[in-house]
Ligand binder design. Sequence first.
Ligand SMILES: Nc1ncnc2c1ncn2[C@@H]1O[C@H](COP(=O)(O)OP(=O)(O)O)[C@@H](O)[C@H]1O
Ligand SMILES: [Mg+2]
Length: 226
Amino acid sequence: MLKFHKVSKIYPPDIRALNEVDFEVAPGEFISIVGQSGAGKSSMLRLMTGQDKPDEGDVFIEKLSIKDLTNEDLPFLRRKIGVVYQDIKLLPKKTVFENVAFAMEVGGYEASKIEHEVPKILELVGMEGRLDSFPAELSGGEKQRVAIARALAHKPILLLADEPTGNLDSINAWEIVQLLLKINHYGTTVVLATHARELVNSIKKRVVTLEHGRVASDEQHGRYRL
Ligand SMILES: Nc1ncnc2c1ncn2[C@@H]1O[C@H](COP(=O)(O)OP(=O)(O)O)[C@@H](O)[C@H]1O
Ligand SMILES: [Mg+2]
């Protein structure tokens, strides 16, 4: 479903953020990409979303080449992928319901479908009791749940999470990881980029460790060893 083939990403003048990365993700996997700050985790995720292009090699989402990505491919890619970040940007003047509904409107869904689906998605993330709350009324963990619901609104096959627990305390961080595991359990492939060692060690799924832009290890039931 997702493949990196000899991928290098070079930022000017000569920072090799990624160096000949080979990496494959099968449908249904849960993968943690770990490594210290600057190891290249976010660079990897930006290639998966098509925000960046590789300088060498190529990234494939299903059959789609990121190297050769055109504007016409972007809607296809957007439908396939949902993304959440450390920095949670909900629309402040919209309610929880409206934030998720808006993502579906942009995706071209019909109003009746949106009315029907949004409560179900918010129930999945445990926010069914807060449909009419505004973002300012939510805790960090609750905001991240809504952001995850929004990322799931168009039913992506792949959910990318870049340090989704970076601004959360350890209990909320743990709950967000549990939520990602539940989403994966229901069939969505999940790629979690994080430097949170304790969290990764508790997940007991595949761990890819980056060091200076290279894959230093790739293990099933892995641990964060750095
Ligand atoms: N837009 C950019 N311009 C220049 N250098 C960058 C840019 N983005 C990332 N880098 C560099 O690439 C390397 C990898 O960064 P990044 O992928 O953000 O790592 P991580 O997410 O693991 O902390 C770092 O050395 C970083 O300074
Ligand atoms: Mg990062």
